[in-house]
Write a protein that binds this ligand. Structure first.
Ligand code: CDP
Length: 296
């Protein structure tokens, strides 16, 4: 969040640099089962973000000391390709990607029926091929489709989406310039089936009212737009031929059960209301953004 810039992020008609309105998402495409070698995979194009997710497992966790004798662990790895950003990114893990991997692991573990697979690991790899802000949301969205594609039993899909503030306005799904020169970014991930929030961060500053508005925008877009695209992607893969459906069922049955998830039954307003009425306030974890510290 730079904040100090003369760049006009939103014009007098309320139109953003890329032509979007405040509450408009970038175009999103999701495809399931794109890799032959992985147990499950997905590819997400979200505006100018491109993310590939691959899932392996459940399989025995190694080394043994990482095993949990009661349940499986979910080990998610977020990585940005060297060529994914304007300046070549130094390969390998940095503070930012370690943080993103950790929060995505926890978010995915929260929906996985880990108790079914003691001592196992479910490995989730997310490769950002092209980055344009919002990659962690695109990555977790791809990851949960890849897990469903792998037949891993989950309580529901996880859907990511961000909102924030730029040009003094609360806006949905920040693009690169809005992220760089804007005032705040709130990435979140939700389980549309249950209304559970499994990831929530805030970078920058918002008033309570602005936060509520950002939260509402991101939640509604996740539930009403992104989530149906995830379900559609799985349907396209598994409803292609009878063989595919059978494979999906014997594979753990999840892909099939996901097909029966009905996005229309999920009401974003109800979820937002329900969350707002809860006693405990959601603790906001500051993102400790490496960008400001000069670490890239
Ligand atoms: O991608 P996301 O919004 O989840 O995370 P961020 O830390 O807010 O980064 C925003 C954007 O900054 C990324 O999507 C990249 O386009 C860019 N970035 C970069 O150019 N080089 C980095 N080392 C990290 C991020």
């Amino acid at each position: 969040m730079g904040g100090h810039s003369d760049i006009v992020l939103i014009d007098k008609n309320g139109i953003r640099l890329d032509g979007r309105k405040a509450d408009e998402l970038r175009p999103i495409k999701i495809e399931a089962g794109v890799l032959k070698r992985a147990d499950g995979s997905a590819y997400v194009v979200w505006g100018n973000n491109m993310v590939l997710a691959a899932v392996y497992g459940p399989r025995e966790a190694h080394p043994r000391h990482v095993q949990n004798s009661n349940r499986a662990i979910v080990q998610a790895k977020y990585n940005m390709a060297a060529f994914s950003v304007g300046d070549r990114k130094r390969p390998g893990p940095d503070r930012r990607s370690v943080e993103i991997s950790k929060i995505i692991s926890e978010a995915l573990e929260a929906v996985t029926m880990t108790e079914l697979f003691p001592r196992a690991t479910i490995d989730v790899y997310m490769e950002v091929l092209q980055a344009n802000a919002g990659t962690r949301c695109a990555a977790i969205t791809a990851a949960s489709v890849a897990m469903a594609d792998a037949g891993i039993p989950m309580r529901g899909l996880v859907t990511g989406c961000a909102a924030g503030k730029a040009g003094d306005k609360v806006i949905l799904d920040l693009g690169q310039e809005e992220d760089n020169f804007g005032q705040a970014d709130v990435p979140l991930a939700i389980v549309p089936r249950t209304g559970e929030v499994v990831l929530l961060q805030m970078d920058g500053h918002l008033t309570q009212e602005e936060f509520d508005e950002a939260f509402r925008l991101a939640t509604e877009a996740a539930v009403n737009v992104v989530y149906p695209l995830q379900v559609e992607a799985l349907k396209r893969k598994y409803a292609g031929s009878t063989e595919d459906i059978e494979e999906g069922i014997t594979n753990g049955g999840l892909a099939n059960s996901v097909i029966n998830e009905t996005p229309s039954e999920v009401n974003a307003d109800e979820i937002v209301e329900e969350l707002a009425s809860r006693e405990e306030k959601v603790a906001l974890e500051d993102m400790d953004d490496g960008k400001q510290g000069g670490e890239q």
